[in-house]
Design a protein around this ligand. Structure first.
Ligand SMILES: [Fe+2]
Length: 365
């Protein structure tokens, strides 16, 4: 029978006894973290969950629970409400604020008739509740279904990370565009924040910065890297990167807002852009933002056919677009004031270049 070995604050419960020469233990069905300040409760949960073959981690207080989550990335977390240090509500809030753990199901363990605690738990983002004293079969069934749910979200996250890797492969094909995706993610979120957009929109701008040109994976190198002027037919092919990219984003719900950025980042308000020639308000705001920062980055970085221009040249190009009716004046003016205040460069330095979406990166100003 597993033991919670209560010597330390955070304990790994062994479920499989490995005799010398015995075949390797089967992989656990999932990792469950039990955070409870009472030893008896931890031992009881561990015994129950061991029946279904889960690896159980335990923690006796809030800080240990947060450390265990960081280290073991559990599939389901059972959280007692009252714990010393950081209580269960605060642990839950932090789990749900962290992009790396926000999709991990959290079950809060409360006493009977603790209506206030349930409300606080819901506000903290808890996914489910177990009321003490609880039915053991019910607990096992709930954990089983939450583990299944976690597997689905894991699959979706890996699908998204494959697309992110594709975007970085596209960037790596062209030495001149090194760092382009990261800068676009940085500039677009800086502009989005200055416009007071929601966290969801900022996350979409961040991903859109990385993914906007993912469709270039379907364009031949000879065309993409051609140093001389493109023929009209060649340019038509290049334009297809917007359509290919949108298709690559597929039906992933997490990329719902990003898909229109990928398709429409080359549209212009006067209808002269591509692929759909959208006009005015028909042009999605997030795509307009990525379009603006894309033009700025192209002008201010070195290309095969010319050297990098200073920021002021980037601003002038954008203002010329405004004068021609191709871009919204308010968006461009806000962007320029951010640049002149040094906030674009600051944001680009502060975010990681690996395509992950750090919570802090969305609000740095
Ligand atoms: Fe593009």
């Amino acid at each position: 029978m597993p033991s919670t070995g209560d010597g330390g604050r955070m304990t790994h419960v062994r479920l499989y006894h490995e005799a010398p020469g015995a075949p390797p233990s089967p992989a656990p069905r999932g990792v469950v973290l039990v955070a409870d300040d009472e030893h008896e409760n931890r031992a009881m949960f561990a015994r129950l969950l061991a029946i279904d073959g889960y690896e159980v981690q335990t923690a006796a207080d809030g800080p240990s629970a947060l450390a265990a989550i960081e280290r073991h990335r559990p599939d389901v977390i059972l959280l007692d409400v009252q714990m010393p240090g950081v209580d269960g509500f605060e642990v839950c809030r932090r789990i749900k604020l962290n992009p790396a753990t926000r999709l991990t199901p959290v079950v809060m363990v409360t006493g009977l008739n603790e209506r206030q605690n349930r409300i606080k738990g819901i506000n903290a983002g808890a996914d489910d509740f177990i009321v003490k004293p609880f039915d053991t079969e019910e607990l096992r069934a709930r954990v089983r279904s939450l583990i299944k749910l976690k597997r689905y979200t894991d699959d979706l996250e890996s699908a998204e990370s494959v697309i992110m890797s594709l975007a970085q492969t596209v960037e790596a094909r062209d030495a001149y565009t090194e760092g382009h995706c990261k800068r676009l993610a940085a500039y677009a979120t800086a502009l989005g924040e200055a416009l007071h957009l929601s966290d969801e929109d900022l996350a979409a701008l961040y991903r859109g910065g990385y993914l906007h040109d993912v469709g270039k994976i379907g364009i031949p190198d000879a065309l993409l890297l051609k140093p001389s002027t493109l023929t009209a037919a060649e340019f038509d092919l290049i334009k297809q990167h917007t359509v290919i990219g949108e298709r690559l984003c597929g039906n992933l719900r997490s990329l719902g807002r990003v898909r229109s950025i990928v398709r429409h980042h080359h549209e212009r308000c006067d209808g002269s852009g591509y692929p759909d020639g959208l006009r005015g308000d028909n042009l999605p705001l997030l795509a307009q933002i990525v379009g603006i920062v894309d033009v700025y980055d192209a002008v201010t970085t070195t290309r095969p056919y010319r050297a990098a221009g200073p920021p002021e040249r980037g601003y002038q190009e954008l203002l010329a677009d405004v004068a021609a009716g191709a871009r919204r004046a308010d968006l461009v003016e806000t962007f320029i004031s951010l640049g002149r205040a040094g906030r674009l460069a600051k944001r680009a330095e502060a975010i990681p270049g690996d395509g992950t979406v750090p919570a802090a990166a969305l609000r740095l100003a």
